[in-house]
Design a protein around this ligand. Structure first.
Ligand SMILES: Cc1cc2nc3c(=O)[nH]c(=O)nc-3n(C[C@H](O)[C@H](O)[C@H](O)COP(=O)(O)OP(=O)(O)OC[C@H]3O[C@@H](n4cnc5c(N)ncnc54)[C@H](O)[C@@H]3O)c2cc1C
Length: 395
């Protein structure tokens, strides 16, 4: 029987995971990536038990856990260092059936690409959708090397997805979420610290350890779209966070201004009518870009990829009319709910009026006195997700 051909557009976390999942199911897979190389942004990524279970399905969960730093005991603090709520790694693992882990994005990309045969990913290959195809004719993509036909196209082309716009031109698209983010990776501070996320007025800062002795720190603040510091982004961080508790000043002292990543946050508050059309399936940020407040954008892209491969597998031949509506039915309601929850959580973290901030701190403190489980409840229904397929057996 001729091998089915899938073309994945975009070699981000979602596209690479889809490529591994489809390849394991016997598809011939090509990944087209517009960028000249796969160097991911210099930042960490948190993976919750939900996406780790999806990675278990494609045999990569253990590798991820091995190369990740466990999120130890830590919690939420106020800028002066007061603990508002403690999180407990054991309680999280017991509640969600596994640990919350953090690894460098480059490590995750390396794990995913090492599961793909050489030549699967073609860089410097921007693709345009020429025809989404249907039950009777293949989809077609235009690439620098000419036109390609595919039985399945996976549109993993990120938040500014041109394929999403081509499939759903009436959809309003992304919207600015009212805030900007900064990310840095620096050597661990000399003085010990506990992993934390600290909420101030209209801004937050988080610090998490990486496995290799460095730390990943991220910050978010309400800001107009497109703003940039008049001098440099490290100076901006010093103005906003320089007097916050340890380890924030020590981390800022170690930051090279040229390595601070700053990105405005955009999201897709209006859900798409479907995650597919013809023979094209959208996944990851292309399908459901969300605020980073729950740390679930990449997690959901990984879930999408494994669920898509599962639906594409059923039957002897690929039946887009059966598989892709099933994929949409599986993924659209779940991710819509998470996009909304991320927006609600983002709004709470960005509260800036003094009475609202005081009330928020008091409520978080009161809730946490009943035990760490209450704080973790925000991830119920998200981190406890299980894939529709059993984990891969070790080779
Ligand atoms: C500050 C911040 C912190 C975050 N923290 C977390 C976290 O802790 N955990 C988590 O799960 N998520 C987190 N996220 C979200 C996460 O980064 C994204 O949801 C995830 O990276 C999306 O992956 P993707 O594969 O869908 O898209 P992307 O990673 O954006 O990949 C899309 C790829 O498609 C390529 N491309 C685009 N157009 C074309 C074309 N025409 N042809 C070929 N290639 C094309 C692009 O070059 C890119 O490589 C965070 C986001 C931010 C902003």
């Amino acid at each position: 029987m001729e091998q089915r051909r899938a073309v994945v557009v975009g070699a981000g976390i979602g596209g690479l995971t889809a490529a591994v999942a489809l390849l394991r199911d016997g598809w011939q897979v090509t990944v087209l990536e517009r960028a000249a190389d796969l160097a991911p942004v210099g930042a960490g990524i948190g993976l919750a038990p939900n996406s780790q279970r999806a990675l278990d399905v494609i045999g990569l969960g253990d590798r991820v856990r091995e190369l990740a730093a466990w999120q130890g005991d830590g919690g939420m603090r106020a800028p002066d260092g007061r603990w508002l709520a403690r999180t407990d790694a054991k309680a999280a693992a017991a509640r969600f059936g596994g640990p919350l882990v953090l690894l460098h994005r480059a490590t995750l990309v390396e794990i995913l690409t090492s599961a793909l045969p050489e030549g699967t990913v073609r860089t410097g290959a921007a693709a345009t959708l020429a025809d989404p195809g249907d039950d009777h004719r293949p989809a077609r993509l235009t690439t620098p090397e000419g036109e390609i036909e595919a039985e399945l196209v996976v549109a993993a082309d990120g938040i500014r997805s041109a394929i999403r716009h081509a499939l759903f031109p009436e959809h309003p698209g992304t919207r600015y979420a009212g805030c900007t983010t900064w990310r840095v990776v620096v050597p661990a501070p000399a003085r010990p610290f506990a992993p934390h996320e600290t909420w101030g007025a209209g801004r937050l800062w988080g610090t998490q350890p990486l496995k290799d002795g460095r730390v990943y720190a991220y910050a978010m603040a309400a800001a107009p779209a497109g703003g940039r510091a008049p001098d440099d982004e490290r100076a901006e961080l010093l103005r906003l966070f320089g007097d916050w508790h340890h380890p924030v000043p020590e981390i800022l002292a170690a930051v090279d201004p040229g390595q601070v990543l700053r990105h405005d946050v955009h999201h897709l508050p209006d859900p798409l009518p479907a995650f597919h059309r013809g023979r094209v399936a959208l996944l990851g940020d292309a399908a459901h870009a969300m605020m980073p407040s729950l740390g679930q954008g990449g997690n959901q892209a990984i879930e999408d990829a494994v669920v898509l491969a599962h639906h594409a597998r059923s039957g002897p031949g690929f039946d887009p009319a059966g598989a892709l509506p099933a994929y949409t039915a599986d993924r659209l309601p779940r991710t819509t709910a998470i996009v909304r929850k991320a927006a609600r959580t983002g709004a709470v973290t960005l509260l800036s009026a003094r009475p609202a901030v005081a009330l928020r701190s008091a409520l978080v403190g009161a809730v946490s006195r009943f035990g760490p489980g209450l704080v973790l409840r925000g991830f119920d229904g998200i981190a406890d997700w299980r894939p529709p397929v059993a984990p891969a057996r070790p080779a």
